[in-house]
Design a protein around this ligand. Structure first.
Ligand SMILES: [Fe+2]
Length: 201
């Protein structure tokens, strides 16, 4: 099985140039190709396998795999249909305990988006508990909490914004992304999740 490059209609996105969007989609395609190449290599995982070769493969696998997955989550929520999330949606319900309301959640995302380095700010929902976490992820895969679903993804690699913005204008890029989020998609991700399981005593 190989991964297919998904098509995303980003023609409605305002505030990012076509050049920046096209280059970003092209980069995503490269991640899909690199992931497929890795899968084709199918390294020897037997006891006699060279540990260093396997170690390198595994580290690259998480990088390429998440590079594909996170870009798909990011592009599919960029619908260019600006509006606020519905006040009674599963998303606003889920962020209430930790962030009070949409503005509290958004302020947390904006603060995390100032983290130095390249990576992602994600809103994650713990599958086993009704808790949402906003997290900074280095690269595509480092410090990724386990057993969580991605509800919201914000790409903060320089390739995501440095065609249209300078490094010092990262906050302006974040503002543009917020203006283009398809909140129906974010709400749908919350709806699609199973009901949280009771916490273990
Ligand atoms: Fe990216």
């Amino acid at each position: 099985m190989t991964y297919q490059v998904r098509a995303f209609d980003l023609s409605g996105v305002q505030g990012l140039s076509k050049k920046a969007i096209d280059l970003h989609l092209g980069l995503y395609k490269t991640y899909v190709e690199q992931l497929n190449k890795l899968l084709e290599q199918s390294p020897d995982r037997s006891a006699s396998a060279a540990p260093l070769a396997l170690d390198g493969y595994n580290r690259r696998f998480a990088f390429e795999f998440n590079g594909v997955a996170l870009h798909e989550l990011f592009f599919e929520q960029l619908g260019g249909k600006p509006r606020q999330p519905k006040s009674d949606s599963g998303f606003t319900d889920a962020i209430h305990d930790d962030y009070v309301d949409f503005n509290g959640w958004k302020a947390s995302i904006e603060a995390l988006a100032k983290t130095r380095g390249v990576g992602w700010v994600l809103t994650l929902r713990d599958r086993g508990h009704d808790r949402m976490y906003n997290c900074w992820i280095d690269l595509h895969h480092l410090h990724m909490p386990a057993n969580c679903d991605v509800i919201f993804a914000l790409d903060l690699w320089e390739h995501a914004y440095m065609i249209d913005f300078t490094a010092a204008q990262r906050a302006d890029y974040v503002k543009i992304i917020f203006e283009n989020v398809d909140w129906a998609m974010v709400e749908q991700r919350c709806k699609a999740l199973k009901a949280p399981q009771p916490a273990h005593a």
